[in-house]
Design a protein around this ligand. Structure first.
Ligand SMILES: [Zn+2]
Length: 97
């Protein structure tokens, strides 16, 4: 993630997300967990998209974006997912039974 991370305690800018803020010494463990969660949702979204499970893919990407709205890659992937899922609703490929 390229966007700057701001310490919620001292509003200092951080280059990375350490467990403890170097500026104020505050505990950033919760933020670290949140970022990990966003990354997991993003990865799940990619996996679901590959499996053509568009609804689950969209849900996961939306969650990742809600946590990190500046994540341009997640935004791009979400746009693709929505295109694909719209196309699929219009014309389902025939499936062997
Ligand atoms: Zn701080």
């Amino acid at each position: 993630m390229a966007n700057p991370i701001i310490c919620p305690l001292c509003k200092g800018r951080l280059l990375d997300l350490p467990r403890t803020c170097p500026g104020c010494g505050g505990d950033l463990g919760g933020l670290v967990k949140l970022r990990d969660f966003a990354n997991r949702r993003f990865n799940t979204g990619l996996r679901m998209a590959k499996a053509e499970r568009w609804e689950e893919a969209e849900e996961a990407m939306v969650a990742a974006l809600a946590i990190d709205p500046g994540d341009a890659e997640a935004g791009r992937v979400l746009a693709k997912i929505r295109q694909k899922s719209a196309g699929r609703r219009r014309r389902r490929p025939s499936q062997p039974d």
